[in-house]
Design a protein around this ligand. Structure first.
Ligand code: GLU
Length: 430
């Protein structure tokens, strides 16, 4: 899952898209591209394997690409080698529809065969190209209608940005199991896979929910639900992260900066939850009766969060005298887990978007468990789908090797252990 940014406004789009992509660069990627519409030149697509600098050089930082609306993408290949053809945007056969995509279209093989049988010629190895080709297949003068039809046919995880040369005054965005945010501006609107790509231009954002379809025009954004295509009223959020908070702040590496931020992250996470010498978890709706009925705690996580889970097992078993099992999220769905409605699942994820963890959460819910998540990104999918959420207030963590997110996750585990032990009466007030 890599980066998406989209812009529709009155200023030249390409430099804004390049800037947005550079804010997403830290995630890693193997190629990058732009699709920008201009009245004279039509839909222009520039894409290249390698660093964003290659695209910058090709377009003179975007200056060579005229037009006031378009999409940008950084790709982390899942289907097809990292090369120029497979880079996004992926374009339909006529060149009139361009798509950027994060995620995986799981049934792309059968859709590709279906379209090839109708004479469509594919030019890439990507799963994404089927979305562009299928849109063209269904397009009959109404892009929203074509998008709607395509959503009925594709399966998998996706955040999609879509432009069509025949409807040059709109951008369309949809998502399922892959994050996408919308940014509201004066005379312009944006979409992105992460707020860091838009906060230089606007701090008013909303989070698109699974299955929602957004139509962005210069003057506003309309959001519709799926499958009924009814208008949805979205709640706007003001982002107060500073741009610099998402940058290196003078340190040579993000990791060095984030190590030094640990004391603050720890204070922000722990101190508001200690009042008069006691742990207070106002954000939880679990009481002593529920905990007494709970026969097991199941911790689900990936990577470093899983390591937090392994430490948590010792802390929780010691203080609560209840069995705790720790499972790698990627194994959970396949191990026929012993989870019932008497199980409390603690789900841990920095981003709140870890796809294996999200899938495991859904499985645990299906089995009747109650879900308490520990998440760093407010409003992320895991946070939204949990019964209870305890946020770690670590701020953005950019380094892949975790530091402050790990420390704050562990701090939250200690808070949970102390509070639950108090509710269960397994420790004294002292
Ligand atoms: N599955 C798509 C591809 O391989 C998108 C990958 C991504 O999320 O960057 O092109």
């Amino acid at each position: 899952m890599c980066g998406i940014v989209g812009f529709i406004g009155r200023e030249q789009a390409a430099p804004i898209l390049m800037e947005g992509l550079s804010r997403l660069e830290y995630r890693g990627y193997d190629s990058a591209g732009l699709a920008v519409y201009d009245r004279e030149k039509g839909l222009q697509v520039v894409k290249a394997k390698g660093r964003l600098q290659v695209l910058r050089d090709l377009t003179d930082g975007g200056a060579k690409v005229p037009g006031t609306m378009g999409l940008g993408h950084t790709r982390w290949a899942t289907h097809g080698a990292p090369n120029d053809e497979n880079a996004h945007p992926q374009v339909s056969q006529s060149g009139r529809i361009a798509v950027v995509h994060n995620g995986i279209i799981e049934n792309y093989g059968e859709l590709k065969s279906f379209l090839e049988a109708k004479g469509v010629v594919f030019t890439s190895e990507t799963d994404t190209e089927v979305v562009a080709q299928l849109l063209e297949f269904y397009y009959a003068g109404d892009l929203l209608d074509a998008v709607f039809k395509v959503l009925h046919r594709i399966e998998g995880a996706y955040a999609l940005g879509i432009v069509c040369a025949d409807e040059p005054d709109k951008l369309i965005a949809v998502r399922k199991d892959s994050p996408l945010i919308l940014g509201y501006g004066e005379g312009f609107q944006m979409l992105a896979s992460d707020v860091t790509a838009v906060i230089q231009y606007t701090r008013e954002v909303c989070y698109l929910e699974d299955g929602e379809i957004a139509v962005l025009t210069r003057d506003g954004i309309r959001v519709f639900n799926h499958p009924y295509l009814q208008p949805v009223e979205k709640e706007k959020h003001h982002v107060d992260w500073e741009v610099s908070a998402a940058e290196k702040g003078g340190y040579e590496h993000f990791m060095a900066k984030e190590i030094m931020e640990q004391p603050k992250a720890f204070r922000d996470t722990v101190f508001p939850r200690i009042q008069d010498g006691r742990v207070v978890l106002d954000d939880l709706n679990l009481d002593g009766d529920y905990l007494r009925e709970t026969d097991k705690i199941y911790i689900i996580a990936c990577g470093s969060s899983y390591h937090v889970g392994m430490v948590a097992k010792y802390i929780l078993e010691k203080l609560l005298r209840k069995p705790v099992e720790v499972s790698l999220a990627s194994e959970f769905r396949y191990c026929d887990p012993l989870v019932t409605e008497k199980t409390l699942c603690i789900v841990i994820s920095q981003s709140g978007e870890t796809i294996d963890t999200l899938a495991a959460l859904r499985e645990a819910k299906r089995l009747g468990a109650r879900i308490l998540s520990i998440v760093n990104v407010v409003g992320s999918s895991i946070a939204r789908e949990s019964d209870d959420v305890l946020y770690t207030w670590a701020g953005p963590e950019i380094a892949v090797a975790t530091t402050k997110a790990y420390s704050t996750q562990l701090a939250v585990i200690y808070l949970i252990a102390l509070r639950f032990a108090e509710l269960l009466g397994t420790i004294s007030g002292e």
